[in-house]
Design a protein around this ligand. Structure first.
Ligand code: BGP
Length: 461
């Protein structure tokens, strides 16, 4: 048996987002999810939309009590932009202010530090109508919203996050058709990515000007490492390009304040560079983050292309590489994602070696499983597979820390079963089960396991 002990003060907790747990109850402006569901409910698993989800809006007290019971010392949630400012750019809604104040105060009263994220895939509908992240006007509205949040909650919230996985709305909304507005256009996708990064840098600047005492600001990125099929130079090149597109495109400007030259050259060569204004790049350069959140679920395996793309097909990132299914890989069949625990270690070592060992933490890691009632025994879901998943990732994380990586904590995705975008409630990720008919919460076996890990600041195995 080995003992895996984590550094003193390690953050143990979980993460979630507004649209996935709150429910669209109370006074709330529509966001793109409310709207898309109204328009195309058949795009969502079993036709379940975002109206009710896990009803956190009404049950936050009970939920926060449970978080404490299972040993959380930190918890990340997001503010819904379209709840706080119904149309995204107008009046601040006082009911929303009360709600978020209550959530923050409740967490603090239980000794759980709130980490607050400003944007988790949930563009207010009125802002999308103005062009979403393609529009500079929307970037400015986001910065105004960020400032309002710093003013309202900055006296108590010390850990701020500008965006969660900003590349996902780019992929989902502008490349691969799994977020509204369902555009397929690489050039527009790149503009969206650039403007999102700009909004991030402007929010960091606003944060510095807000002078929040002891406050830190960061961004959360899904740093999916790109592993080449082989050492063949063609495979290595394919992996390098995938890494530029999907990791360095946000990681480098956020941490180093600069886009990688190779990425800029590649985009220029294909006439894909986004429009920027004078001063944009300086702004990004000046406003680097204090800390980084790393979401990790799966690796990205790539190989050199085997066929030329069809000349009539729109140019896509896959113009430059093919995906590779490694024989023998371990899979989560429900989500269709490979499980590769060592990836979490590789990410951390990369941050240490190439990104100044920036302060970071695992901001999401978890396993979604379908039909979990199958594992119900003695009134509890016996989710040993989830315990194994978390444990094996934690072992690699522990090794990274032993080797000097600056990792401050680990957040599970997620505290309780929640609404997974178009997958709705298909795959359950929670440490706590939610009965969708009654909204009853029941701890799963993994919740007890996480509790003991948090209490002992580690585990034996
Ligand atoms: C991340 C998101 C989360 C969450 C998680 C699980 O990309 O930040 O919002 O949903 O993935 O993925 P999914 O819900 O698609 O199964």
């Amino acid at each position: 048996m080995a003992r895996y002990e984590f550094p003193k003060g390690f953050w143990w907790g979980s993460a979630t987002s507004a649209t996935q747990i709150e429910g669209a109850t109370g006074k709330k402006g529509k966001n793109i999810w409310d709207y898309w569901y109204e328009k195309e409910p058949y795009r969502f698993f079993d036709g379940v939309g975002p109206q009710v989800t896990s009803d956190f809006y009404n049950r936050y007290k009970e939920d926060i009590k449970l978080m404490k019971e299972i040993g959380h010392n930190t918890f990340r949630f997001s503010i819904s932009w379209s709840r706080l400012i119904l149309d995204g750019d107008g009046k601040v809604d006082q009911d929303a202010v009360r709600f978020y104040n209550n959530v923050i105060d409740e967490l603090l009263s239980r000794g759980i530090e709130p980490f607050v994220n400003l944007y988790h895939f949930d563009m207010p509908l009125q802002m999308q109508k103005k062009g979403g992240w393609e529009s500079r006007e929307v970037v400015d509205a986001y910065v105004r919203y960020a400032k309002i949040c710093f003013e309202l909650f900055g006296d108590r919230v010390k850990r701020w996050i500008t965006h969660n996985e900003p590349i996902v709305p780019v992929e989902g909304g502008y490349l691969y058709d799994f977020h509204y507005p369902n555009v397929v256009d690489f050039k527009r996708a790149i503009q969206v990515a650039f403007n999102t990064m700009l909004s991030h840098a402007k929010a960091v600047e606003a944060f510095r000007n807000a002078g929040i005492k002891n406050g830190k600001i960061g961004i959360i990125l899904n740093l999916t490492p790109s592993y080449p099929r082989s050492d063949n130079p063609a495979d290595l090149k394919a992996a390098e390009i995938a890494d530029l597109f999907f990791n360095k495109s946000f990681l480098d400007p956020a941490v180093k304040g600069e886009y990688p030259k190779k990425l800029v050259d590649l985009l220029r060569e294909h006439n894909l560079l986004p429009q920027a204004k004078d001063g944009d790049l300086e702004l990004i350069k000046k406003n680097k983050i204090d800390f980084l959140g790393v979401n990790y679920y799966q690796p990205r395996r790539v190989k050199a292309k085997s066929c030329m793309p069809h000349p009539d097909a729109p140019i896509m990132p896959e113009h430059f590489f093919d995906y590779y299914e490694m024989p023998g890989r371990k899979m989560n069949p429900y989500r269709g994602w490979e499980i590769y625990e060592k990836g979490i270690y590789d990410i951390m070592v990369n941050l240490k070696q190439n990104y100044g060992n920036i302060e970071c933490y695992v901001s999401e890691n978890g396993m979604g499983v379908q039909d979990e009632e199958r594992f119900l025994k003695d009134g509890m879901i016996q989710d040993d597979y989830r315990i194994d998943f978390i444990k094996e990732h934690l072992k690699w994380l522990h090794k990274a820390i032993q080797e000097g990586c600056n990792v401050k904590g680990y957040h599970v995705w997620t505290f309780m079963d929640n609404w997974s975008w178009i997958n709705a409630y298909k795959n359950r990720y929670g440490l706590v089960a939610v009965d969708l008919k009654t909204q009853k919460r029941t701890l799963k076996k993994s919740a007890y396991w996480m509790k003991s890990v948090a209490e002992q600041n580690g585990f034996e195995d």
